[in-house]
Design a protein around this ligand. Structure first.
Ligand code: SF4
Length: 450
């Protein structure tokens, strides 16, 4: 019996899929890359983009047609709005919230029955995360041998008006710090080099269990102390934090420990306070500025990434020019720029999407150009310097391997030696463009055996 799984959307779904695979592997199914030969096929949905939802409908229609000639069970989990879930229940054999994954084998045995209770469980955001602890206890079937994602928190209490996550994932729930530390330790012992702590609102970790659980900076400190005593080399990242919860203490802890990577992804979303209010972001540009100053003063070598939305409903030209000004002030190393589109279920989807597509495109290009100016300058300054990098795979250019610096600057260097993938080594930068650099291999870093 074979299975296939499709993950749509963000890193959280990618990470969740590793646990889904563990459960299905445990049932004796074998993975197949070809969905046509699968007897069990599932999808981890993403309700935040209409495109992803359209893909779900297109896939299930194809799969249901196959059922006439083939033994096939279909399932769906992931981020789903209540309105979508009800429709999916009529189309899929099994529909369940991710927190119920542990019960999946049981559902599979009697599919069509358990889905009804799953529907009830998914009706309320309060029970969405009822069994999330059981879910976290499942050991993931990691897809990489050197990079891993560790969920530390699920759901979100922030309710940004453009985002549906609080409705699809429910309210914030923090995982136990003991479990997180244990998962990080096992990964490091197995030789993992890049570990990303995941959460929708990662730095509000612990706030739902105040007094009973450590805070986010305390969690980082526990990991940092382990890194110090283990003698192993690894980089720990986290994503995505919210500026509101980005305290000085978090930045001080990152500065204090080698294993806490000097790369910070901090979504700005807009450089205009009035837009930020309409987005319900709960931070101002000035608050953001203070955090950037603290990072630059405490960890001058840190790279800073961000997310920005252009053409948010009602955004004037003047408000957009404040975002350009913020880009020029903060000089990000990378910005994931999105043209606003209403996300089903989010508060702003009820508002007029009144910025034309042409204006959105124009703003997207102008902001991208501003970004490129700064990344180009930064990357040019890397030329002649040597960086420790993690080799991530083969480059698109034949005869080259791709790698990332600790600050997640992408680079490549000439090598045919695939055995270097997943290893740290030193590369001297010889040339650079806006979003990547090229260099020559200096030496492979000796690391302690895993
Ligand atoms: S902080 Fe805002 S954008 Fe991020 S998950 Fe929560 S509601 Fe969505």
């Amino acid at each position: 019996m074979k299975y296939h799984l499709i993950s749509l959307g963000c890193q959280m779904n990618m990470s969740d899929s590793e646990r889904v695979k563990t459960v299905i592997d445990g049932l004796g199914y074998q993975w197949t890359d070809d969905e046509k030969e699968a007897n069990l096929i599932g999808i981890l949905a993403c309700s935040v983009r209409q495109k992803a939802i359209d893909k779900v409908y297109s896939k299930i229609s194809q799969w249901n047609k196959r059922k006439d000639r083939q033994n096939l069970i279909t399932f769906i989990s992931g981020c789903m709005l209540p309105s979508d879930k009800e429709k999916f229940l009529k189309l899929f054999d099994i529909v369940f919230p991710m927190s119920e994954l542990k019960q999946f084998p049981e559902m599979l045995n009697q599919y069509g029955v358990v889905t009804q209770s799953s529907l009830r469980n998914m009706g309320s955001s309060l029970v969405l995360n009822k069994h999330i602890k059981d879910f976290w206890n499942i050991k993931p079937n990691y897809t990489s041998e050197f990079e891993a994602f560790v969920p530390i928190q699920n759901g979100c209490d922030k309710f940004c008006t453009f985002c549906a996550v609080p409705y699809t994932r429910g309210r914030e729930v923090s995982r136990s710090s003991g479990e997180i530390l244990q998962e990080v330790k096992s990964l490091v012992e197995e030789g993992y080099k890049s570990i990303t702590l995941l959460g929708q609102n990662v730095n509000s970790y612990g706030l739902d269990k105040k007094g009973a659980e450590v805070s986010f900076p305390e969690l980082l400190k526990l990991i940092g102390e382990y890194g110090k005593t283990s003698g192993k080399e690894f980089w720990v990242y986290f994503t995505s934090p919210h500026p509101r919860d980005m305290t000085d203490e978090v930045i001080d802890v990152i500065a204090a420990y080698d294993c806490l990577a000097k790369q910070i992804h901090l979504p700005l979303q807009s450089g205009d306070d009035k837009v930020l209010i309409r987005m319900n972001r709960k931070h101002t540009v000035n608050k953001y500025r203070q955090i950037i100053h603290k990072i630059r003063n405490t960890i001058p070598e840190a790279t800073i990434f961000t997310d920005i939305i252009v053409g948010f409903t009602g955004e004037t030209e003047e408000q957009f020019s404040n975002t350009i000004a913020a880009m020029d002030e903060f000089k990000f190393n990378m910005a994931y720029i999105a043209m606003y589109s209403p996300r089903p279920g989010a508060a702003s989807s009820r508002w007029d999407d009144d910025i034309s597509q042409d204006v959105k495109k124009d703003r997207f290009h102008r902001l991208s150009e501003a970004l490129q100016k700064h990344t180009h300058t930064y990357n040019q300054e890397m030329i002649g310097k040597t960086f420790m990098v993690l080799v991530t795979g083969k480059d698109r250019k034949a005869g080259f391997l791709s790698a990332l610096t600790e600050g997640k600057i992408v680079l490549r260097f000439a090598s045919d030696d695939d055995s270097l993938i997943g290893k740290y080594l030193y590369v001297k930068i010889t040339s650079a463009v806006a979003f990547s650099a090229e260099g020559v291999l200096i030496e492979v870093k000796e690391t302690q055996p895993a």
